[in-house]
Design a protein. Structure first.
Length: 184
C-alpha cells in the first residue's frame, strides 16, 4: 500500500495542509508521534493549535479525506476484520484493497453490510495478491457502493478525481518507483 500512499503524496504535493500517513513513511512522525494513523493509508487535512503550557505549535487532524485498508488473504472473514476499520472512520472516501478472488460476488456480498454502515463514498479494488505481482500492469477491478449495492466501474474518469492516481498505484507499482502522479 506504500505505492498508493506515494501516489497521494504526489497528488497533494502543493497542498501544505494535507498529510498522507503510512507505515513506511516517517515524514510526520515529529508532529504526530507515529507514521501510520489507524489505517494502511490515511489522507488528512491538518490544522495547528498552541500547547497549553509552553506555547508550542501542535498539529491535529481537521478532516479525513481518504482512509484505505488492505487485506490480501482470500478469506472473507479476514477481509471483514480490516474492512471494519473503514466503518469506524469519518473520511469522505474509503477504499478497501483486496485479493482477486474466484467468487467475487460472494466476497463483495460479505463486505456489503459493513460497507452500508459507512458514510461517504466507498470503493473496493481487487487485484492479484502482491506476492504474485509482476512488471506487467493489470488494471484492478474496482467497485463503488451505490444504493443498489456494489457497482463495478471501468469509467474511472467520472469517479472521485484521485481514483485514477489510486489505480495507477495499484497497478503493481513497486514502492519507491512511483513518479509524480496528478489527478486529472
Amino acid at each position: 500500500m506504500e505505492s498508493v500512499a506515494e501516489a497521494f503524496r504526489a497528488a497533494y504535493l502543493s497542498d501544505s495542509d494535507i498529510r498522507v500517513f503510512s507505515k513506511y513513511c516517517d515524514n510526520h512522525r515529529e508532529d504526530f508521534g507515529l507514521n501510520e494513523l489507524l489505517y494502511d493509508v490515511c489522507v488528512c487535512r491538518i490544522g495547528t493549535c498552541t500547547s497549553a503550557r509552553q506555547g508550542k505549535t501542535l498539529c491535529y487532524v481537521r478532516e479525513a479525506l481518504w482512509q484505505i485498508e488492505s487485506e490480501y488473504a482470500a478469506n472473507s472473514r479476514q477481509a471483514l476484520f480490516d474492512f471494519n476499520k473503514l466503518v469506524l472512520g469519518s473520511a469522505a472516501n474509503r477504499l478497501f484493497a483486496g485479493p482477486a478472488v474466484n467468487d467475487v460476488d460472494s466476497f463483495l456480498n460479505t463486505l456489503l453490510p459493513a460497507a452500508r454502515c459507512c458514510s461517504g463514498t466507498v470503493y473496493v479494488a481487487l487485484t492479484p495478491h502482491p506476492k504474485d505481482w509482476t512488471d506487467r500492469l493489470d488494471t484492478p477491478r474496482i467497485w463503488q457502493l451505490r444504493d443498489a449495492g456494489w457497482q463495478r466501474t471501468n469509467d474511472i474518469e467520472n469517479l472521485e478525481p484521485l481514483v485514477p492516481a489510486l489505480l495507477a498505484a495499484l497497478k503493481h507499482v513497486k514502492p519507491g518507483s512511483v513518479r509524480r502522479i496528478h489527478p486529472p
